[in-house]
Design a protein around this ligand. Sequence first.
Ligand code: G4P
Length: 530
Amino acid sequence: MKYANEIQKRRTFAIISHPDAGKTTLTEKLLLFGGAIQVAGAVKSNKIKKHATSDFMEIERQRGISVATSVMTFQYGDTLINLLDTPGHKDFAEDTYRTLTAVDSVILVVDSVNGVEEQTRRLMEVCRMRDTPVIVFINKMDRDGKNRFDLLEEIEKELNIHLHPMTWPINSGKDFKGVYDLHNKSLVLFTANTKANEEDVVNINDLGDVVLDEKIGDADAKILRDDVELVEGVYGALNANDYLKAKVAPVFFGSAVNNFGVKELLETFVRISPTPQSRETSVRHLDVNEDKFSGFIFKIHANLDPKHRDRIAFLRVCSGKFERNKYFHHVRLDKDVRFSNPYSFMARQKDVIEEAYPGDVVGLFDTGNFKIGDTLTEGESFYFTGIPSFSPELFKEVVNKDPMKTKQLEKGLLQLTDEGVAQLFTQFGGNKKIIGCVGELQFEVIQYRLLQEYGASCEFRTLPYYKACWITSKDQKKLDDFTRFKTNNIAADKDGHLVYLAQSEWFLNTERQNNPDIEFHFTSEIHKEG
Ligand code: G4P
């Protein structure tokens, strides 16, 4: 329990949303509150955007899409907050899924006009798989959005979560007057472009108070009184434990671009969100308060300079103290390694750090020693469970365009897939190299990087698969027979695990029905347990 104080101080979370819901804007406002950036105001200048999102990669600069996941650390009061950024673009969803394995909670931004969108649905599925506590921020209340009750119902139904309103909106769009804070019993009046700590707040202990009518008008005051009575009747007070167990998601209404509702969100977040949590490993439960260091790699990033192939591996500290220049055990390679220049990720500068504690993310220079999911310890051998690869959705065969560069191509494919840019499969019949991704753009990234960083040129040939399922069976003979009969649809992943490539849902269901002894898994997690 040596580091209990450090652990108590920390919160590590990610903001997730469908693109354009306001994730970047909310990130900026939170950084402003935390003093991590200084430029106030509603205008989102590119300068801020650069700091608020990572731009390590040339490709990202070219496309203006946040390919990378970076980490922003800021202090709010006594709390040290690590905000892990996630790429909004759906083609980089794997990146986001993996980042979600490194956080203890999530803030989900929903656009009040568009409601629940595709990407929101998928990201919430991953949160649910891991029982990650979620706070919902309903953004863009300054626009004419959906009816507030309908919106809550839609979110509950579509995302399969129970919501708990913490604030309640007074109208929306041009009539938006602000929110009633159900927890603090106060009225927070809307003004565009609110500056940090300059909110117009009126304490209203008794909703019958005429001050409410004075502030928002008789008609809206009546609606608010009725709404609040209904909402409080249905929801009561928030049980923070239900939130921590991911049974209930507190909801805030606001407008990120106007910096409105953000303070209430941040203060509640600091008050109720989980401190760094204990984790399961392949051999035992690991308590976050254990004195010995452990951590895992959840993200590997190509370095700034494409001429140098070194990369940055993102390490999440899970227990104990990480120290610069101290030898730690790299479990997969069974060797001891030390780091002379570990990074901390601040909003603007990257500093070499001496130590880090549970919840922190450390950037490690890597020359090819790390894969996603790798574990560092003080000697013990285990790995953290729950860091799966998900089934890709697009599959293409790699066609080598330059036989002189075959070696470079193979090396590049191996290294890029170690980074988790995509998954690499080798088909049984014909030995084809197949790349599986979640988004079309990933193929372009791979092609570009293979050429830039490895001098290898390739093309891709689209394959008609729809999903890759990892297959296992208690009956080895049945598994052998299945792989023999279905050779063209069977491949090995990079770790040699068997994968069935299904052409369509119909094929997949048929095979599952016809082969009850074979188990089909949609994540690679199965191979890591026990
Ligand atoms: P993302 O990271 O989730 O993709 O969304 P981002 O924050 O970039 O926001 C998407 C657009 O929504 C931006 O407008 C942003 O200004 C706007 N926005 C964010 N919060 C609010 C809000 O509370 N109310 C309203 N009305 N708009 C909001 P843009 O025109 O695409 O970009 P920009 O020119 O403003 O930078």
